[in-house]
Design a protein around this ligand. Structure first.
Ligand code: F6P
Length: 548
């Protein structure tokens, strides 16, 4: 079955939400806490090792009820079931969306175009495991007989961001192998990585679903040429493997069929870290940890698929996001993880969310008249507190924020952990409560400021508060809890796309720039300029050509 194609603004729930918004828009979150003494508990969700508190939001239990009505009226239940059962919900590309199948250890049968895909998933997992074990144990050797010590993942977008984020996030669980990621077509990126490589002990993993991506192929060719400066051509087979759907193109690059890890068109690039695209993850932390990551995601899948919406964490988070985007007109949302390990989490989420839901044509092919796709950004706490928190606390913009934290640290330094967590909790408290005139004046009492000075400073010291946050508290950062967290956001993004009535699994918006870059690239090498550009572009091309 295809996804429902309902214009959300035409539902009764949307109209009721518009009316309700007028009633609550100026209310303070603190007043909601006063009216409902049990609010903190009512609006917190405990699931496995997750504790998600959404009570510090500009909404009431009635708001949530109306948002849940919206989910019903959009027919979210049907959408979820279509997704998990392999219906071709990626209609514009005529594809199923089955990254969830990759992490389902119990499936026996899932048909895509009449073919059961489950055996190929298991076969590929066995291949990843065997290869990982051989590399990690040192059994797999390079062309001079030395063990592999270094992995280079060559890919971009979904073929880079997911694996790079996870390898960084799970560095505590890392084995002895060193892993690098090369993504940018900027030659300085690959050249900086090359400085650290030894051709005799490096394994190159080329990851490209299409095997046509300019950046990835340029970097792969550059690295192969560098490799061949010292190694004989037959050594390529020992040092290069690929993950792709495009077997012919990979073979043409010189990689033999047994060194190709398959990918399938029913896995979207930005949801592919669970497939062989995660090979660098498996190599870096070992196959058992890779499986735990998948297992965590599977647990979240089951929660998402089976839990009633009023207790369903990804659904609740998605609905809250819709409330801010479409009713409060918030333009962006921040994701602040209080863990340095999640340094790359926001960049990863940017692609997952913005490439999915940054669309303005609805599933009926019409222009939407409402906002879609929020801008996702963020940096880890506490660093971000010393960077952009000023704007969240005292700026003019409404920025709902997710705070992600772990009750236990990995290295067990309790003194640091207590400091980190006190900041984590204090920030959402500060954003909620703000600081009133009375509190500032009280504070002045212990200063030696003159009355005049106090008066002149007063307004600058006031914090309006009432800034919304979700707190996602997790016991400990493990491969499994990370799998749950990533899957939670994947499902949040899915729900929002369903409600916004957009196709979340294509990315036509990245094509135009690529096409024009190819045209301009060709012009760099010729003196004849047959192509006409706008005057600014013409000048920029001329400037580059005369200064390069
Ligand atoms: O940026 C567009 C995109 O198609 C992404 O969706 C994808 O993750 C990335 O390019 C890389 O594509 P490929 O894996 O085919 O090289």
């Amino acid at each position: 079955m295809s996804l429902p194609k309902v214009n959300p603004t035409r539902t009764a729930a949307w109209q009721a939400l518009l009316k309700h918004f007028e009633e609550v828009k100026d209310e303070k979150i603190l007043s909601f806490f006063e009216k409902n003494k049990n609010r903190a508990n009512d609006l917190s969700f405990k699931w496995e090792d997750f504790y998600v508190d959404v009570s510090k939001n500009r909404l009431t239990t009635k708001t949530l009820r109306l948002l849940l009505d919206l989910a019903e009226q959009i027919n979210l239940k049907q959408a979820i079931s279509s997704c998990f059962s392999g219906d071709k919900i990626n209609e514009t590309e005529d594809r199923a969306v089955l990254h969830t199948a990759l992490r389902n250890p119990n499936a026996n049968k899932l048909l895509v175009d009449g073919l059961n895909i489950v055996p190929q998933i298991h076969e590929t997992k066995l291949k990843i495991k065997a290869f990982t074990d051989a590399v990690v144990s040192g059994e797999k050797i390079g062309y001079t007989g030395k063990a592999i010590t270094t992995i280079v993942n060559i890919g971009i977008g979904g073929s880079d961001l997911g694996p790079a984020m996870v390898v960084d996030a799970l560095q505590y669980y890392k084995n002895h192998l060193t892993t690098y990621f090369v993504s940018n077509v900027d030659g300085d990126h690959v050249n900086e990585v090359v400085k650290k490589l030894d051709p005799e002990t490096t394994l190159f993993v080329i990851v490209s679903k299409t095997f046509t991506t300019q950046e990835t192929l340029s970097n792969a060719n550059t690295l192969r040429n560098w490799f061949l400066q010292t190694a004989p051509s037959e050594a390529v087979a020992k040092h290069f493997v690929a993950v792709s759907t495009n077997i012919e193109k990979v073979k043409a690059f010189g990689i033999s069929e047994d060194a190709i890890f398959p990918m399938w068109n029913w896995v979207g690039g930005r949801f592919s870290l669970w497939s062989a695209v995660g090979l660098s993850i498996s190599l870096s932390v070992g196959y058992a940890h890779f499986e735990s990551l998948l297992d965590g995601a599977y647990k979240m899948d089951m929660h998402f698929k089976n839990e009633s919406f009023d207790n369903n964490i990804p659904v609740i988070l998605a609905l809250i996001g819709i409330w801010y985007t479409n009713f409060f007109n918030a333009e962006s949302e921040a994701v602040i993880a209080y863990s340095q390990y999640l340094n790359q989490f926001a960049s990863y989420l940017q692609q997952a969310s913005m490439e999915s839901n940054g669309k303005s044509i609805d599933r009926n092919g019409n222009s939407v008249k409402y906002q879609t796709g929020s801008i996702v950004w963020g940096e880890p706490g506490t660093n971000s507190q010393h960077a952009f928190f000023q704007l969240i606390h005292q700026g003019t913009k409404l920025i709902p924020a997710d705070f992600i934290g772990f009750t236990q640290s990995l290295h067990g330094n309790q003194e640091h952990q207590d400091k980190l967590m006190s900041n984590f909790i204090a920030q959402t408290e500060a954003l909620l409560n703000g600081k009133t005139t009375i509190e500032v004046l009280e504070e002045f009492k212990s200063s030696n400021f003159s009355d005049k000075k106090q008066q002149s400073l007063l307004n600058f010291k006031i914090f309006e508060g009432n800034k919304p946050t979700n707190t996602i508290f997790i016991k400990k950062l493990t491969p499994q809890s990370l799998g749950k967290l990533v899957a939670m956001y994947e499902h949040k993004i899915f729900v929002q796309g369903v409600i916004w009535n957009v196709f979340s699994f294509d990315q036509y918006g990245v094509e135009l720039g690529k096409q024009l870059a190819n045209t301009i690239l060709a012009e760099f090498d010729t003196s004849n300029n047959n192509v006409t550009h706008d005057p600014s572009t013409t000048n920029l091309i001329a400037h580059y050509k005369s200064n390069k």
